[in-house]
Design a protein around this ligand. Sequence first.
Ligand SMILES: *Cc1c(COP(=O)(O)O)cnc(C)c1O
Length: 385
Amino acid sequence: MNYNSENRIYLASPHMSKEGYELEYIQEAFDTNWIAPLGANVDGFEKELAAKVGVKNAVALSSGTAAIHLGLKALGVGPGDYVFCQSLTFSATANPIRYEGAVPVFIDSDWTWNLCPKALEKAFEKYISLGKKPKAVIVVHLYGFSADLDPILDICKKYDVPLLEDAAESLGTYYKGKASGTFGDLGVYSFNGNKIITTSGGGMLVSDNEEYIKKAKFWATQARDPAPHYQHSELGYNYRLSNICAGIGRGQLKVLDERVRKKKYIYEYYKEALKDIEEIEMMPVQDYDEPNFWLSSVLLKNNNLKPLDIINALEEENIESRPIWKPMHLQPYYEKHDFITLKESKSVAEQIFQNGLCLPSDTKMTEKDLQRVAQVIKGLLVRVP
Ligand SMILES: *Cc1c(COP(=O)(O)O)cnc(C)c1O
């Protein structure tokens, strides 16, 4: 890996505030010697994020994956339980199901690219009739674009099954005016390096239910019972976020809105630049959604041109882009698990995977950078019949 490539355009790289907020919080941690274990930045980050999205409780964790894991534990997911999970996503959505020895059932997307409510209903009908009611449903807001939550919540209510929102990619997104990650019984955010804001690594589990968050905090700090000696009556984890990383998060939170505005600008730039090219379709924005536009993604409708052709052509120009997440039901590790779709032949998730790609959406991109990307893509399409 080349760590010093000057004119490279990245997919989505860390972007610290120009004001240096992050360093101020880190300096404070140094000055007070709260380098570890927890400290004022962890508490502050939890409170500030909870206030920003409008949720009552939050716990800062070492990763979004850890947050999903503890979220599922809080919902009582254990060995042999079934969990319904969107197939078109990153593996970190599904892996915590297996950490608990539970069984994922993957669900297809519709053309919003997110969980298809009709396929979800179909999954419930099948599993209820088998006497295998799932313990939880996981919905994802892919690339920062919200799933259609109302019908999904209606179905979950009807069957009395809790919803966990994997909002790892959608901090700053709003569904019908309410923040993404605050609709489910639990919500998860990620601050991994390429997310819309980053703590270098980290995550947050949020809920209006205080008990869930208390339990998660307990498990995340090695499950120490309140006793003078080291006593444990439950299995614990070392999942808390460090006070230094939380300081970065507090600074980053101040520029979240600015980052969303830039991501939206990038999406709109591509939309305008590629609007005359029939073979390319942007990931659609639904009328209920105000996305954070984390990654601008497109679907190719020309069978002669494949996503890899564009990815390779961009790479030749030192521009990073990437394929759509390979659906979980197609992963070697997960292919033996059930997959519910309305399609007779190729699922929507698979079609999006085969024909889509994520364009560079780095918030440090200039107008010139965006032009460079658009030019490479247009150049390719002119050559393809
Ligand atoms: C990034 C991501 C995660 C995992 O978050 P980490 O902080 O990297 O552990 C989970 N789900 C989705 C959809 C993601 O994009």
